[in-house]
Design a protein around this ligand. Sequence first.
Ligand SMILES: NC(=O)c1ccc[n+]([C@@H]2O[C@H](COP(=O)([O-])OP(=O)(O)OC[C@H]3O[C@@H](n4cnc5c(N)ncnc54)[C@H](OP(=O)(O)O)[C@@H]3O)[C@@H](O)[C@H]2O)c1
Length: 260
Amino acid sequence: MERIGFIGTGEIAAAMVAGLTGRGHQILVSERNGAMAAALAAQFSDVTIAPNDQVVADSDTVFLCLLADVARKVVPDLPFRDDHRVISVMVDVPLADLRMLCAPVNEIAITIPLPSIAVGGSALPVYPDSMALRSLFADTDMIIPCQSEVALNAHFAATALASPILDQMREGARWLAALTGDQTASEQYLATVFAGFLRSMTENPETSFTDLLDSLATEGGLNAAMRAHMREAGVVDALADGLDALKPRLGLTDQTPMLR
Ligand SMILES: NC(=O)c1ccc[n+]([C@@H]2O[C@H](COP(=O)([O-])OP(=O)(O)OC[C@H]3O[C@@H](n4cnc5c(N)ncnc54)[C@H](OP(=O)(O)O)[C@@H]3O)[C@@H](O)[C@H]2O)c1
């Protein structure tokens, strides 16, 4: 049994709690946001709501799930001990700042969960590697230790692909449903198609995106036509430009070695 605390009970904390519940842990969540905390406590018998300072005092591992500006105000007043393990999921709060904010904690790591952690099977880049994170999530999710904070931040940037790609899939499903009349079936169809593609990669690491694209490149085929259309419309270039635009915020430069 581990005592796990969440400071900041928002979207990502709720997903992590859903992923951790039912495994014999004691889970404390902070009072804000109130509706989310109440919903988690009502749904899961191992979740209790407490004020921020009690969440920290009564936990061994503390997840920081605040927005960066809130964290800089709130975290220094929390009763951290040197034997706490702190795992931040926050963008824009570097490790050096976390060490000051959470003093005297020695064991601090940053990881990047996504909402799919609620059902397991997600990827958790982390820097530095964290036994605390592994002990909680390695059985259900893939821990990806990064070799530097820069490499971790590059993964933060890559997570920003999720919204634009899901947005395109939603638009595709809307388009399909306009013809079939069934929005749910259209969304489930596309989710299943893409889950299958992605599973064929994760189960066979030697398979690349290029391999998948090659398998869809029949000359004159529907996929080849659509891919050419999207490239000509500038969609792929826009995606790369958008990722580049995130670099300054994340301390990434073109000279940055992209070590994992
Ligand atoms: N969402 C994601 O997919 C995702 C993925 C990776 C990393 N992250 C990181 O996770 C962090 C949180 O993101 P989020 O999407 O979960 O945001 P969010 O839903 O806005 O959650 C932040 C929570 O902090 C609470 N809060 C505000 N002031 C507080 C205080 N003084 N004490 C305790 N809690 C307080 C807010 O409550 P109120 O609503 O009452 O203000 C809110 O529920 C961010 O740093 C983000 O970069 C998010």
